[in-house]
Write a protein that binds this ligand. Structure first.
Ligand code: SF4
Length: 391
């Protein structure tokens, strides 16, 4: 479920190039039942050689991950792409905002391809640039804007990153949100406030659990209500203004499932991603980014039991890789990220075979002005002190 105020487009049909989701795939895709898909993907990748670099986000399907040259979270993948200037084509098996970040961080001679343009992110879609500009104006009218530093999570559109770049703000990841918030609060003296976009949960968990602010210091800006649904007094009293966005996958995990699992599995360790709701994070034993979750499970002793609260493809892959540990998913229902799952083998084969034929399909290109401003916010993040709390 999302709070996006837009008509729903059937996935893969219709056109909304300003959105993170639902644009037309122009390709003549191979059938999913084609028994030669694996061989075709292998042949296309071999034919392209060093000209192509395939990135696979941790939440991608196994059928796609098997062709990734490197796997990781969104920021690691963008950095990996930037470190491969010889690759003419970056095929990004992830979602739209990730491909945008890769385009921003790679050279002008490199072209970034998203195998299915319908692979967006519902969280990124919850903060549209027009809504954020409107909120910025409202903060000025409330007399607090001069004290506000915008911070955006990596999971946001290039336009939002650019907004932060031109307004003295920074980008953060789930690994460095603490140090990014510390940096932001040091920018405008003791009265500084942070506008945290677009994930209210990462913002709240970091402000309260890592920086020691209280829940009362945080208010939630609802872009669908006039003035964000907040009074000028509430804005004046707040330290953290959280955008009303969330991840539709991580928002599903609930504290009662943690209680149920603890009652059933002795000595259970619970590890969750900081995009989970505050009450879930409070009940967990560990909280951290996907990279942190992977490292923690790798280092765990044989025979230990773990409930993991992150996307199911990654949890399944960890369970398969660690048969000596008891690993369960922290939800009663099967729940994949539906947009991540848009990237499947037929789309990957189509994208790579098109490149072999000299046709660049589904290229993600950020316009130069947005790129320049987004780079300012990304560079501020890269310049943050090395502390990376959760990794
Ligand atoms: S898992 Fe959540 S944050 Fe990640 S791409 Fe899917 S909807 Fe977006």
């Amino acid at each position: 479920m999302t709070t996006v105020d837009l008509p729903l487009l059937p996935l893969g049909r219709g056109t909304d190039p300003l959105s993170e989701r639902g644009v037309e795939c122009p390709g003549d895709l191979p059938a999913a039942s084609d028994p030669d898909l694996v061989a075709r993907a292998r042949a296309a990748k071999e034919a392209l050689g060093d000209r192509v670099f395939v990135l696979g986000h941790h939440y991608q399907r196994d059928e796609v991950i098997q062709f990734a040259d490197v796997t990781g979270d969104s920021f690691k993948l963008a950095r990996d792409a930037a470190a491969r200037p010889e690759a003419e084509f970056i095929v990004f098996c992830g979602v739209h905002f990730m491909a945008e970040s890769a385009d921003i961080l790679t050279g002008p001679h490199q072209r970034v391809v998203l195998p299915d343009l319908a692979a967006g992110c519902s969280m990124a879609d919850m903060a549209r640039i027009a809504q954020v500009e409107k909120a910025w104006e409202a903060l000025a009218e409330a007399g607090v804007r001069d004290q506000v530093v915008p911070v955006t999570y990596m999971n946001s559109s290039a336009a939002i990153k650019a907004f932060c770049g031109r307004n003295g703000g920074v980008v953060c990841t789930s690994s460095n949100a603490e140090v990014a918030l510390e940096w932001a609060f040091a920018q405008k003296g003791p009265d500084t406030k942070v506008l945290f976009l677009p994930d209210q949960h990462l913002g709240r968990n970091t402000a309260v659990l890592d920086l020691g602010y209280s829940l009362d210091d945080c208010v939630v800006w609802n872009p669908h209500k006039p003035g964000g649904g907040l009074t000028a007094e509430e804005l004046r009293d707040a330290k953290v203004i959280l955008w009303k966005g969330h991840c539709s996958v991580h928002g599903r995990f609930s504290p009662d499932v943690i209680d149920d699992l603890r009652a059933k599995i002795p000595d259970l360790n619970v590890i969750v991603h900081p995009e989970c709701r505050h009450e879930v994070v409070l009940k967990a034993d560990h909280v951290g980014s996907t990279e942190h979750i992977i490292k923690t499970i790798e280092a765990a002793p044989a025979g230990s039991s773990w409930a993991i609260g992150t996307e199911l493809n990654l949890v399944q892959r960890l369970a398969n890789a660690h048969p000596d540990k008891n690993i369960v998913f922290l939800d009663r229902n099967v729940c994949y990220c539906s947009t991540m799952n848009r990237i499947d083998l037929p789309h990957l084969v189509w994208a790579m075979e098109s490149l072999v034929e000299g046709v660049v399909v589904n290229q993600i290109e950020v316009d130069p002005q947005t790129e320049q401003e987004a780079l300012v916010a990304l560079q501020r993040m890269l310049d943050l002190p090395g502390k990376s709390h959760r990794d």
